[in-house]
Design a binder for this molecule. Structure first.
Ligand SMILES: [Zn+2]
Length: 273
């Protein structure tokens, strides 16, 4: 073989090797991308069959508290002790409407800048969502639905705090007069898995609070997996009404998205009047 031919052959095999390894890398990359969503996909859970609440703790190691936790939510609210006078300051501002049909509930994500102050701590309103029937019971009784307003601690006194502590406000929804804000929300429910943003439409969560701000409080958990504990619960003593049609609109989508009540164990429930 001539020198030129040898050089050409070795160059050619180098090019071939580079081409082959690039191809291999592309194949690996594509395979990786195809697999990645499966790796990052969260574990399925629900309210029926194998994915129902009594099995949540077995569905994933991350959900073990659902089975082993001792301060879980919801609870049957009874046997109260009298706590400090009711004192939650609400600073809810109008927010553009962002509504999510997440496959477990209808959730409204709230814009930054709205908060409550509870025992000297300020919690930002993140989102609110609905359950049917109610998750909490009051004296063994469920309401047709329950609203949860979810807040995260942002400051304590003048000090910022990002400890991720959650405070949830529960509002029992009884059948009665229609709620105008719920009417607005239900008109904008997107398909399952979808989010709808209506920037020109401002909503205010103040319209979802009863007139009386008395409440029951106890230390509990998320009522959905991973059932994390350390959640401060406040459930209003006064209910809010929504119409039978408004209840039906929700239950057609989610006939049952309520976790059953959990053992109280050593916890206390306080009434704040
Ligand atoms: Zn909830």
């Amino acid at each position: 073989m001539s020198q030129i031919a040898k050089l050409f052959k070795s160059r050619f095999s180098t090019i071939k090797a580079i081409a082959l390894s690039s191809l291999l890398m592309i194949i690996l990359l594509v395979a990786n991308l195809a697999i990645a969503p499966a790796w990052s996909e969260s574990v399925h859970w629900g309210y029926d069959g194998a994915e129902s609440p009594e099995n949540w703790g077995k569905l994933s190691d991350k959900f073990r508290l659902c089975e082993l936790g001792t301060a879980q939510s919801p609870i049957n609210i009874k046997n109260l002790s009298i706590g400090s006078p009711a004192n939650i300051q609400f600073d809810y501002r109008p927010s553009p409407l962002e509504i999510v049909n997440n496959g477990h509930s209808i959730q409204v994500n709230y814009a930054e800048g709205s908060s409550i102050t509870l025992e000297g701590k300020k919690y930002a309103l993140l989102q609110f969502h609905f359950h049917s029937p109610s998750e909490h019971q009051i004296n063994d009784q469920n309401a047709p639905m329950e609203l949860h307003l979810v807040h995260r601690l942002i400051s304590e006194g003048d000090e910022p705090n990002s400890s991720n502590q959650l405070a949830v406000i529960g509002v029992m929804l009884e059948q009665g007069k229609a709620n105008p804000l719920v009417a607005e929300l239900w008109k904008n429910i997107p398909a399952i898995g979808a989010t709808k943003k209506v920037n020109i439409r401002k909503i205010n969560a103040m319209k979802l609070l009863p007139a009386s701000k008395s409440y029951f409080s106890y230390d509990g958990s998320l009522t959905t997996p991973p059932c994390s504990e350390g959640v401060k619960w406040q459930v209003f003593t006064q209910t809010l009404t929504i119409s039978p049609e408004q209840i039906a609109t929700f239950t057609r989508l989610y006939p049952n998205d309520a976790r059953p009540v959990q053992r109280l164990n050593e916890r206390m429930v306080e009434l704040h009047l």
